[in-house]
Design a protein around this ligand. Structure first.
Ligand code: ZN
Length: 282
């Protein structure tokens, strides 16, 4: 039951790899997912999976409770190998607590959960360019120092197109992608502003220590977990915003979205649904 061994379950390989080609799933996973962090590159090594309809994907993923996403969240963390599963679980709980606390503080301070209003009060400049300037990257939103948040309209539009289906709407209800993305990025600004006190910026592990010299490092995925928890709390979402990693990616590449879905399901010891038909998928 070590970190990603479940990723190579025979069932998964058959489903993901109909031509029996060898795919290094661990390597692939590094290129996809965490779209809110800005890593995916769909043109590169697009996984060869049988596409699963998006309504099945969201139906399954919304079932995963907020605190069950630790394995997925840590998978792309450079320091992942430093932790045991018990530690990952505990750290996820702490990061969720941190995100919730800041969301509650915002609501209390500004008297609203409207991220647009909150962003304005915080002095953030929010804009909606079509795509990131580096067009090779697929990215849905980003925070830039000192006070800029970009929300990329092309990705959001693709997500909204998927949301137009009644089956998808039944699962995700009336979520507002712009507001969820904005909430997530607001948290990153709050982290910067509260750098000395906020838990995500102050939890560190020691890499080495020689005498009085110690090299300590911050754990990036905890910031992401907290940003997701912040967005969930502020927007009163039932699902974890991690669902959007697969959902938004699907808008660009149904194969990449499907493969991420499978990874998410397997990471939570769930059996992914099969594509209803191996061929003729839309
Ligand atoms: Zn983020």
């Amino acid at each position: 039951m070590k970190k990603s061994s479940l990723l190579v379950m025979p069932m998964t390989l058959t489903n993901m790899n109909p031509n029996n080609q060898k795919v290094d799933l661990k390597k692939w996973a590094k290129d996809f997912g965490n779209s809110l962090i800005g890593n995916p590159n769909f043109r590169r090594n697009e996984p060869d999976v049988a596409i699963i309809p998006i309504d099945i994907i969201v139906r399954d993923l919304v079932q995963i409770p907020e605190d069950h996403w630790w394995k997925y969240a840590f998978m792309r963390e450079p320091m992942n190998s430093k932790f045991t599963d018990t530690e990952r679980r505990r750290l996820m709980e702490q990061a969720i607590g941190c995100g919730r606390e800041y969301a509650d503080q915002c609501v209390e301070k500004y008297g609203t959960n409207d991220p647009n209003y909150i962003a304005k009060e915080l002095g953030l400049n929010v804009d909606y360019p079509e795509q990131p300037q580096n067009g090779h990257r697929v990215l849905f939103a980003e925070y830039r120092d000192p006070n800029i948040i970009h929300i990329y309209a092309d990705g959001v539009r693709r997500g909204e197109k998927l949301l137009a289906s009644d089956c998808v709407k039944n699962e995700l209800h009336d979520i507002d992608l712009n507001r969820i993305l904005l909430s997530h990025e607001i948290f990153h600004w709050l982290e910067k502003e509260n750098g000395k006190t906020i838990w995500t910026m102050n939890f560190e592990i020691s890499l080495w220590k020689i005498g009085k010299i110690e090299n300590r490092t911050h754990i990036a995925c905890l910031s992401e977990i907290a940003a997701m928890a912040f967005a969930k709390r502020l927007m009163k979402l039932e699902m974890s915003p991690y669902v959007l990693d697969a959902f938004m990616d699907y808008g660009y590449s149904p194969k990449a979205g499907t493969a991420l879905y499978m990874e998410m399901m397997i990471d939570d010891n769930r059996v992914p649904s099969k594509a209803s038909c191996e061929k003729d998928m839309k």
